[in-house]
Design a protein around this ligand. Structure first.
Ligand code: G4P
Length: 286
């Protein structure tokens, strides 16, 4: 199995900023990738979000397997976590968000009420690993929201908040979490979905690993797209795809790198179908 090592230096700074920002908020909205819900969760999120209300959003659900999507929702619900399937690009699944925020913050709102604090909006923050869709989500929420509030830039330094409605304010800068790297499989899954810079990865090896998964988990997906014989070894399948797609180098040699990029791109954009690579594991951490 290939090794993926990746911990960019800017993650340390991002973590520091996020730990500061998190002090300002009541609710953590955790975005994860529906195609790899385990690998796209930060291992320390429970610790980071301790004492805060929580909402899990399985983003990019449009690219993931609909049956597996339901299984994952079930998984989080069984852990007493409120979770929703969303597609931040098209805003599918957005309508129950406000109600779920209210539900997630019920205890906090009740505590406030007992202290005589009524109608104080809940302050929320979006967190997630790079490329999971944080900016897309915030922008899509923004479209529905009223004007931005907060300090005017240049007048007073401070955070910008978006009024989602009279009950919820959203911090307009998301918290960037570092992905988990406790095993090689996780790194590879993150590389499949494009969360790890392609420049540090051998795309041919990655595409072959992905093909192995696909043949096993989604038989027929490669055949449907490329009309290749899936019973062959992955290097032979790759060779066939290169030839069928006209990926040739000088001297008519197959260009494996180009063919690999086509496969990875097709997977990432959903052209190989709606695919989920991870199953719920019930003995895992919360
Ligand atoms: P980040 O802030 O967490 O780093 O992620 P960002 O919003 O930049 O999103 C990363 C990519 O994921 C973008 O694609 C974005 O369009 C796409 N994306 C976000 N949410 C969804 C979703 O729910 N479904 C799908 N299918 N895609 C989503 P990109 O290729 O970088 O940009 P673009 O070509 O889409 O503009």
């Amino acid at each position: 199995m290939m090794q993926v090592q990746w911990y960019p230096g800017h993650m340390t700074k991002a973590k520091r900023i996020m730990l500061e920002d998190i002090k300002l908020i009541d609710l953590v909205i955790e975005l994860i990738d529906s195609r790899v819900p385990l690998s796209s969760r930060n291992p320390d999120i429970d610790e980071i979000a301790k004492g805060k209300s929580r909402l899990v959003l399985l983003n990019k659900s449009d690219l993931a397997d609909p049956c597996k999507n339901e299984e994952w929702i079930d998984y989080f619900n069984k852990k007493d976590m409120i979770a929703l399937l969303v597609d931040s690009k098209s805003r599918n699944g957005f309508s129950p968000i406000n109600k779920s925020i209210e539900e997630a913050c019920k205890a906090k709102i009740e505590r406030n009420r007992q202290r005589g604090i009524i109608n104080r909006p809940v302050r929320a923050m979006v967190v997630g690993i790079p490329n999971v869709g944080k900016s897309t989500f915030i922008n899509s929420m923004c479209k529905k929201a009223s004007a931005k509030t907060g300090n005017k830039p240049g007048v007073t330094k401070g955070k910008q908040w978006i009024n989602l409605n009279k009950n919820v304010e959203l911090l307009d800068t998301p918290g960037i979490l570092w992905p988990r790297f406790d095993d090689e499989k996780t790194g590879m899954h993150l590389a499949f979905i494009g969360s790890i810079n392609d420049e540090i990865i051998d795309e041919t090896q990655l595409a072959m690993e992905l093909m192995e998964y696909l043949v096993k988990l989604y038989p027929g997906a490669l055949y449907k797209r490329y009309e290749v014989d899936e019973s062959q070894k992955t290097d032979v399948i790759l060779n066939d795809i290169a030839i069928k797609r006209g990926c040739l180098k000088k001297g008519n040699e197959p260009d494996y790198s180009k063919a690999s990029n086509i496969i990875l791109d097709d997977f990432r954009s959903g052209r190989l179908g709606r695919i989920t690579l991870e199953e719920p594991v019930y003995s895992e951490r919360k």
